[in-house]
Structure formats: structure tokens, C-alpha cells
Design a protein around this ligand. Structure first.
Ligand SMILES: CC(C)(COP(=O)(O)OP(=O)(O)OC[C@H]1O[C@@H](n2cnc3c(N)ncnc32)[C@H](O)[C@@H]1OP(=O)(O)O)[C@@H](O)C(=O)NCCC(=O)NCCS
Length: 218
């Protein structure tokens, strides 16, 4: 595995402050949702074109609502061992913010429309030890109202590109549940190679997963 360039590409896209809730409420294109924490993190209510711009920004403490929606929902977690308890999510977020800020892991929020205040999902890249082998693992989530727009595929493709430029990650592995059709489609269409099926311990469950691997190029 190559040495880190020392730069923090995960921090690169966070270039504008969150849009104020007041401005969002006055817009016909964006509206706040009931679970908003008031910090300006919003979800679009209208259909987005597949060509919408996508910003990747580093996870921050304002992302608690998005974390809860992604990790505590039975549908979102159907292929990830089931929903997690809400009580542990704040600690999980704080931990992710800390390691992302230190550039030890990448946790990037997918923001459609180039707007850092709107969160559609997340892509993460982290060092992981599986069966005694240390490897780089990538994972992703997109909230239901944004699914099917190509956001996950584009975000994952961009993170692979950044990882190749960064140089520290080496080959990147993904372990989607064998029944997770969109996740397996993402791996296939981005050029991951299927190593085979295996059992994987995750969140107290044993999942039957496909093991995909790619050596990303810039
Ligand atoms: C998996 C997930 C991130 C996909 O997000 P998405 O933004 O809807 O995915 P995309 O629109 O980028 O589509 C990616 C690919 O999946 C395909 N796809 C999308 N929905 C699909 C479905 N329901 N069934 C089969 N294929 C599907 C797309 O056609 C595309 O394939 P292509 O590149 O060959 O055209 C999203 O469904 C999700 O968050 N699920 C819950 C959490 C989860 O399972 N995370 C993954 C853990 S490994």
C-alpha cells in the first residue's frame, strides 16, 4: 500500500457554509423535513435529474439526522444486519467526525445539487481487518428519496478516483450482501472484480456477501 500524500482530499469539497433554514424555506425547490436538526441539513422533496451535480463533503456534527435516517431504518439496513439503536448514533457520528477530521478514514456526505446543506447519502473508505488481513474497505448509503438517480455510483466512482490519487489505500474491497442488487450493480459497473461469496460478521449478524475488489486508477 502506498504512502499517504499527506493531503486530505476528503476535506476538499466543503467549501461553502450551510444554507440558512430561512432561505431554504423560501425556496420552492428545497424544503425542510420534520427530522431536521435546525442546522440547515435538508432533503429535497422534488425529483432530481440524473445529471444533477454532486458534491462530496466531509461528515460533520450537523449530520446526525442523516445518520439516524440511514442507520436506524429497517429498510435502509435490510442488507446490513438490521437497524441500529438510535441511542448509539450520536457516538458513532462523533467518532466518524474525529477520524475523518484526522484523515484516518474518509466519511463523505453525498450532497446533490452542489449544496453542502443537502444530504442524500454517504460514502466511506476505511482501513479494516478481516480474518486477520488488513485491507481498505468502501461502503455507501443513499436515502430512499434519492435512490435510482445514479448518486451512489457517481459518488463511489469519485471516491475511487480520489483514493487512487491519494495513494495510501491500495486495492479497495467491498462486501455487499449477495441480495443487494444495486450495490452489486455499482461494483460491477465501476470495474470491481468479483472474488467470490463469503460469510462476513457485521453488527452481530453473519451476512452472506460478495467480495469485490478494485485497484483504482486516477
Ligand atoms: C445501495 C444504494 C446505495 C444504491 O444507491 P443509488 O443511488 O440508488 O444507486 P444508483 O442509482 O447509483 O444505481 C447504482 C446501480 O444500481 C442499479 N440499481 C439501482 N436500483 C436498483 C434496484 N432496485 N435493483 C437492481 N439494480 C438497481 C442501477 O441501475 C445502477 O446500475 P448500473 O450502473 O449498471 O446502471 C441504496 O440502495 C442504499 O443506500 N441502500 C440501503 C443501504 C445499503 O444497502 N448500502 C450498501 C451497503 S454495501
Amino acid at each position: 500500500m502506498g504512502k499517504s500524500s499527506g493531503s486530505a482530499p476528503a476535506a476538499e469539497p466543503c467549501r461553502t457554509p450551510a444554507v440558512s433554514p430561512g432561505r431554504l424555506r423560501s425556496s420552492s425547490f428545497v424544503q425542510q423535513v420534520p427530522f431536521s436538526n435546525g442546522a440547515g441539513v435538508t432533503v429535497r422533496s422534488e425529483a432530481l435529474p440524473r445529471t444533477v451535480a454532486v458534491l462530496l463533503r466531509v461528515v460533520s456534527s450537523i449530520d446526525l439526522d442523516a445518520y439516524v435516517r440511514m442507520r436506524c431504518d429497517p429498510v435502509m439496513m435490510a442488507h446490513l444486519g438490521g437497524p441500529q439503536p438510535v441511542e448509539g448514533i450520536k457516538d458513532k457520528l462523533q467518532r466518524d467526525v474525529a477520524v475523518a477530521t484526522a484523515d484516518r478514514e474518509w466519511t463523505l456526505m453525498i450532497c446533490p445539487g452542489d449544496d453542502p446543506s443537502v444530504v442524500a447519502g454517504t460514502v466511506s473508505l476505511w482501513p479494516h481487518e478481516i480474518d486477520g488481513t488488513r485491507l481498505s474497505e468502501i461502503g455507501w448509503m443513499v436515502l430512499p428519496e434519492y435512490q435510482g438517480l445514479g448518486l451512489a455510483k457517481r459518488a463511489v466512482g469519485e471516491v475511487l478516483r480520489r483514493a487512487a490519487v491519494d495513494g495510501r489505500w491500495g486495492s479497495i474491497h467491498a462486501f455487499p450482501d449477495v441480495g443487494n442488487a444495486p450495490s452489486n450493480a455499482i461494483c460491477r459497473s465501476l470495474g470491481f472484480v468479483l472474488e467470490g461469496e463469503q460469510d462476513l460478521a457485521f453488527a452481530g449478524e453473519t451476512l452472506r456477501v460478495n467480495h469485490w475488489v478494485i485497484a483504482p486508477t486516477p
